[in-house]
Unconditional design. Structure first.
Length: 373
């Protein structure tokens, strides 16, 4: 469903998560604060009469969300005062969008930023500050205590934002084959590569165990091409994207290209945040915090290298996240510091973005996930 015109509906509370039903798709928006409010949406946004309080956050940064199995959600809580960071599991009613708390477990990390289920949906893997953690699922969908916690190796990078932070796997994802887990680490300038033993829930380093990036690059997020053996990493600390060839037999990355996320004329502060490949495989998109834009690249179908298409302002501040809808026809930019989500139509021929006119006020959006309703 395409949107046009101005904003309609209620202004969301700054302590809210919006859940939006779009043509049979449930979209959940993760804020930094303490409450979840489901919403249905079409041409008009209509709040439904349920709010789920998940408790006060001493450090107001609720950062990671995952919808999987069409009916479950995980959230992680970061606390500036509690010594134990915890995450909880909630069940989602597919018909109503209502949410029911299941349980929580300590993450045994200090900065849990991203998570993914394994291909079998038996385990949840978390990028967990100093390393990577694995949590089994109980039969009812709740989380069991972690089955493994692997500290990340490597020397701290030279960038000033790396020297005091230590290892920091910021993203975790299985490759398209499901055989390898990759974890870009912005603290040590590596992309860690693991194998998960599905019988034990234990991680083992692959051989090779990692791919190096340029010193001080700070690799943050990674996206695989949907059809070709390529992967793309946004490097947070030097505002670049690195294109890699992916060897799915060995689980190895080989750098092909490094390209800036910024126009040549821009000289201000910037940190890329999110990267995604269009479902068609023809375009790659990256968000810039500072330049406050989404950069579009075309993908060379023979080599996998990138060429800039253009930069589209996100009409807000600090787009920490964005996502494409499942068709690839719409892009939603989550502007963390201006507290809004802005929708763009994607030109399937050129890859260029055009604002639809839809701007959804919400509380510090940090992640948007689509799941079948």
């Amino acid at each position: 469903m395409a949107f046009g015109g101005g904003v309609t509906g209620s202004v969301f509370s700054p302590v809210a998560m919006a859940a939006i039903l779009l043509a049979g798709i449930l979209m959940l928006v993760l804020p930094r604060e303490k409450a979840i409010i489901p919403f249905f949406a079409g041409a008009i946004l209509i709040p439904i009469d349920q709010i789920l309080l998940i408790g006060p956050l001493h450090f107001p940064m609720l950062r990671v969300l995952l919808i999987f199995g069409f009916a479950r959600m995980f959230w992680a809580k970061l606390s500036g005062t509690d010594p134990i960071f915890s995450g909880g599991m909630n069940a989602i009613d597919k018909a109503s969008g209502r949410i029911r708390f299941l349980n929580k477990q300590p993450t045994s990390g200090n900065n849990s930023t991203h998570l993914t289920p394994d291909p079998s949906n038996r385990y949840l893997v978390i990028g967990n500050g100093p390393g990577v953690a694995v949590f089994p699922f109980n039969p009812d969908g709740s989380l069991a205590p972690f089955s493994d916690m692997v500290p990340a190796g490597g020397e701290i990078g030279p960038h000033r934002n790396q020297t005091g932070a230590g290892p920091h796997p910021h993203y975790v994802s299985f490759d398209p084959s499901g055989h390898f887990l990759v974890a870009p680490d912005r603290g040590v300038d590596r992309i860690h590569i693991y194998r998960l033993d599905a019988s034990t829930g234990k991680l083992a380093a692959n051989d090779p165990g990692f791919a190096r990036t340029r010193p001080g690059a700070g690799p943050r997020h990674l996206a695989f091409h949907p059809a070709k053996p390529w992967a793309y990493v946004c490097d947070e600390l030097d505002s670049t994207v690195t294109a890699y060839a992916w060897d799915s037999e060995r689980g190895a990355l080989k750098a092909l290209q490094v390209i800036s996320t910024l126009p040549e004329s821009y000289i201000g502060r910037n940190e890329p945040a999110e990267i995604q490949v269009a479902p068609s495989g023809r375009f790659v998109y990256v968000s810039n915090r500072g330049h406050d834009s989404i950069v579009s690249y075309s993908v060379d179908p023979a080599t996998g290298t990138l060429a800039p298409v253009g930069w589209e302002p996100t009409q807000g501040h600090a787009p920490r996240f964005f996502t494409l809808d499942p068709t690839g026809g719409l892009l939603y930019a989550a502007n963390l510091e201006s507290h809004d989500i802005v929708a763009f139509r994607v030109d399937q021929t050129s890859g260029k973005l055009t604002p639809t006119g839809l701007v959804v006020p919400t509380g510090s959006p940090s992640c948007i996930i689509f799941a079948r309703a």
